[in-house]
Design a protein around this ligand. Sequence first.
Ligand SMILES: [Mn+2]
Length: 319
Amino acid sequence: MSRNSDWDNAFSAETLTGKIEHAPSYAGALSFLRRKYSRDLTGVDIAVTGVPLDIATSNRPGARFGPRAIRMASSSLTWCRPWPWVIDPLEQLKIVDYGDCQFDYGAQQTITPCVEKHIDGILDAGAASLVMGGDHFVTYPVLRSYAKHHGPLSLVHFDAHSDSWPDDSMRVDHGSMFYHAVKENLVDDRRSVQIGLRTTNDEPLEFNILDARWVHEHGPAAVAARVKEVVGENKVYLSFDIDCLDPAFAPGTGTPVCGGLSSFQALEIIRGIAGINLVGMDVVEVAPAYDTGDITAYAAASLAAELLCLFAARQTNSS
Ligand SMILES: [Mn+2]
């Protein structure tokens, strides 16, 4: 590939794999990890897609700009395989940037079916999705689609918040969608793990909770071991709310909570759970207006890139 086309790989790519070694991180056409920007899912393993929605947030809005910020930050991660993995998702997986889900922000009742249909299109084509939020509500329609295709899932959920607060009126809220996901049997809470929680919910359903104190006291290796024990061979959907990280590592988010994980701890947990049966994933709640030096966007892009490693690791094991 010539250096010229390298810069605009989002448009000029002739293959769906390969590192981008010559494009400067500060220039060229933006797509997630400079993958081809395409709605053609023929032969695709992973469709990366943004859901730029933030009308369900309870505090600071702005996560609708998350997908753009993550795409920007990801441009510096395309020249080598993610450290310290020995597998390279850019070589091993056919990944496209599928663009953003289109919906009408003013017609709230249409949003869930619209996002669900968007993900249906990806899963029907035989690909998996990596969703970039958007506030955390976006995970609810995504899970509806996944459960249709895969049955009830184990959820591995990184967050400062349980997002399972009771709600029986189907509000569009980023704090109750996992309550609905359990009640609708999209997720099996007893075979699911929540990591990094540090807010009060006195009715946490039956999730296995490794709260922020547990993570700090036991460390990433113990967290990873516990996650693997709980999910076993179940199909796993992994949802990463960037506010699982401490505001020192991720200030650019809607509902920051002090006392959270470092980016290293979170990345180490993801490395430690390699081998789980991952079928889908998201990184949500990046709100770049509150970010400093793009550190939240870089954390989100790095986590997303390593989630691709996690997905590729399972494929390597099972192939
Ligand atoms: Mn949260």
